[in-house]
Design a protein around this ligand. Structure first.
Ligand SMILES: NC(=O)c1ccc[n+]([C@@H]2O[C@H](COP(=O)([O-])OP(=O)(O)OC[C@H]3O[C@@H](n4cnc5c(N)ncnc54)[C@H](OP(=O)(O)O)[C@@H]3O)[C@@H](O)[C@H]2O)c1
Length: 348
């Protein structure tokens, strides 16, 4: 059994807000005080932490958002899977594993037991609770089922298709009998998407630069037009999707990672008017508004995962000090599947 004494108490602090791409100089690893527990709290050793694109939005204090910005000279925070090493709650005992939206970017932390959910390492690897069985998985499932609402035989286009969210959207789409077209930024990612990741056609968008070239590639891959677009990227991808979208098309606006590091306001697509005549519905969404559907999501994805019908990939970074690089890598396409950081071993 691990004890608090042999766990470092460290955290990554935000030193300054990035302008453009996040750089190592924006972050600093510092020691933090060892937490003391109050009733109802648990002491947690972080085992895996998540880096997610939404964290970039929390580094823009000037932009109004659904979640407050990170404060400078404070530890960053985010999703993590942790081991309970001390408990003042009847809900958890030392040795339990929990997942929650807190504990990332730290090696040791405390939390209200009510904010944590127990996870079972025999059902899936612990890191999967940050990806395919976690927040990105629910995002994929909710955007597809609640907004796109595809019907068998339709065509689904997914941008960011080889990432944590996109790779599950593609596979859930294939499972529903859709023609699935994905886009990703390397030949290796596209080969995997076509071999295992549920895509009928995967487009390497770096070989089709600009909205005109991307539109041609998408039109060729989706000869009957696009019925559903799962938007993760924005920019040229949205413009190409709007060129190819069919009558009654649905767009799940999940993310637009291509603009997250932009230093100037970015123009919208010039072809938005296509939505009018084609009766297209586009809806933005935030996964936290779909948490109540977690049981439905798990009921579909967990058995399919266990049966090997759903595949997932991870890019693993080792050590808390490598978390900033893992985070910055999201905007360079370094990750293939879910980017996770291993903070410590599963068991000490
Ligand atoms: N609405 C919500 O509640 C919610 C929740 C989770 C995630 N999201 C959004 O979903 C999207 C995917 O998130 P994720 O966690 O699954 O991340 P991810 O796809 O695993 O990682 C990000 C990927 O984005 C691609 N990318 C980065 N910059 C790009 C650019 N300029 N143009 C095209 N592609 C680019 C890269 O892949 P390539 O190699 O293909 O370029 C990179 O691997 C993001 O937009 C995120 O903000 C939304």
């Amino acid at each position: 059994m691990s004890t608090v004494e042999n766990v470092d108490a460290k955290a990554i602090f935000l030193k300054s807000y990035p302008k453009g791409e996040p750089q190592p100089a924006h972050f600093e690893t510092r020691s933090i005080p060892r937490p003391t527990l109050n009733d109802g709290e648990v002491l947690l050793r972080t085992v895996w932490m998540s880096v997610d694109p939404y964290m970039r939005g929390r580094m823009r204090p000037d932009v109004k958002s659904y979640i407050p910005p990170f404060s400078l000279d404070e530890p960053l925070d985010g999703g993590a899977v942790s081991e309970v090493i001390d408990s003042k709650s009847e809900k958890f005992a030392a040795g339990d594993y929990v997942v929650g939206f807190a504990g990332g970017w730290k090696s040791l932390h405390k939390a209200s037991a009510d904010a944590m959910t127990k996870v079972d390492p025999t059902v899936a690897p612990l890191s999967a609770y940050l990806g395919v069985l976690g927040m990105p998985g629910l995002t994929a499932w909710a955007g597809l089922t609640q907004i796109c609402q595809p019907k068998e035989g339709e065509t689904l286009f997914v941008s960011g298709a080889a990432g944590a969210v996109g790779s599950l959207v593609c596979q859930l789409g294939k499972k529903r009998g859709l023609r699935v077209v994905g886009s990703a930024g390397s030949a290796e990612k596209c080969a995997w998407l076509e071999a295992e990741g549920g895509c009928d056609v995967a487009i390497n968008y770096k070989e089709h630069r600009g909205s005109a070239a991307l539109t041609r590639a998408l039109a060729a891959a989706a000869p009957k037009g696009v019925d559903c677009y799962f938007e993760n990227v924005g920019g040229d991808h949205l413009e190409a999707a709007l060129n190819c979208i069919g009558f009654g098309g649905r767009i799940a606006l999940c993310g637009m990672i291509s603009v997250y590091n932009a230093t100037d306001p970015q123009p919208g697509p010039p072809n938005l008017t296509n939505m009018i005549g084609r009766g297209v519905l586009a809806k933005g969404f935030i996964v936290s508004n779909y948490m109540h559907l977690t049981p439905d999501f798990i009921a579909e994805v967990a058995p399919a995962l266990a049966a090997g019908q759903i595949k997932f990939r991870e890019s693993v970074y080792d050590g808390l000090e490598n978390a900033p690089d893992a985070f910055a890598g999201l905007f360079r396409g370094d990750n293939f599947g879910k980017a996770v950081v291993r903070i410590g071993p599963d068991r000490l």
